[in-house]
Ligand binder design. Structure first.
Ligand code: NAP
Length: 248
């Protein structure tokens, strides 16, 4: 029976599992099962959806979970909403761990958009050679753009429609500044599209784009559920969890 269920799929979720296990907290991490060969955290792991917020609430009761930490990606809005409802239904605490968003510096040329469809509209208007880094699930939003060339970076090959002119680059971060500079130059990129994921592992592309005066279309984060208890670092999450479990 886990004390803590970590909703994962991020580096922070893996780090938190390790920190809590070190403190003697019994942890199970949950992955959606989207990535073919996921990086697994230490401790217990379960893979696959729960069946909506009701399914998650059922899991929490069946397994006597005491605290849920939703450490999913900042753009995984559905599971975050489900976690809040399920924890309320099960009468347990729900803590959100989401890394801080990136913020633009003086040399950044960012265009903020509310979602990937809006990003696609900007690309259709002024992209020629575009570096698309929004992930496998969102590449389909750009499929109808025929007169732009895309470099699409993904972990796994998308199983959806893709734009007619593209090259797929399969890789998984972290990425160095040197590697990102070389990629932008070699492919004559003139527009970068990214979600505002935050964190250090994939931020080098922003620095490389700023150095070359390349516009960045930044998809802003979805709004988090109102009143959610939220932290942005693994250390703060571990401190809160220990307090909730009364573990020293
Ligand atoms: P989502 O749209 O918020 O969730 C869709 C459904 O996937 C949920 O309703 C749930 O199914 C299942 N699910 C999501 N995360 C889960 C988890 N950790 N454990 C078990 N089931 C989960 O999520 P998404 O955007 O597809 O992201 C899926 C996973 O990929 C997340 O774990 C996230 O951390 C990771 N990820 C997402 C992104 C991104 O850009 N969205 C980027 C990197 C990593 P049920 O309703 O059946 O429970």
């Amino acid at each position: 029976m886990p004390d803590v269920l970590i909703l994962g799929g991020t580096g922070e979720a893996r780090e938190l599992a390790a920190v809590l296990l070190d403190c003697g907290v019994h942890v199970v991490s949950s992955l959606a099962g989207r990535v073919r060969d996921p990086r697994l955290p230490v401790g217990g792991v379960r893979i696959g959806g729960f069946g909506g917020s009701e399914g998650l609430a059922h899991y929490l009761r069946e397994n006597s979970v005491r605290v849920v930490v939703d450490a999913t990606h900042p753009f995984a809005a559905r599971i975050t909403s489900n976690a809040v409802s399920a924890c309320a239904a099960a009468g347990i605490a729900c803590l959100r761990l989401a890394r801080a968003p990136w913020t633009a510096g003086p040399s950044d040329q960012w265009t903020h958009v509310p979602d990937v469809d809006a990003a696609a509209a900007v690309v259709a208007e002024r992209g020629r050679r575009v570096f698309l880094t929004t992930g496998r699930q969102d590449a389909a939003a750009f499929a109808g753009i025929a007169d732009v060339w895309f470099l699409i970076r993904v972990v796994d090959v998308p199983d959806t429609a893709l734009p007619p002119h593209h090259e797929l680059l399969r890789s998984r971060g972290p990425y160095t500044l040197e590697c990102e500079r070389e990629l932008l130059e070699r492919n004559s990129i003139d527009l970068l599209v990214t979600k505002n994921s935050g964190g250090d592992l994939t931020s080098a592309k922003l620095t490389a784009a700023a150095e070359r005066g390349i516009e960045v279309v930044v998809v802003d984060r979805p709004r988090e559920p109102a009143g959610i208890m939220s932290v942005s670092t693994v250390d703060d999450a571990a401190t809160r969890v220990r307090a909730l479990l009364r573990v020293s």
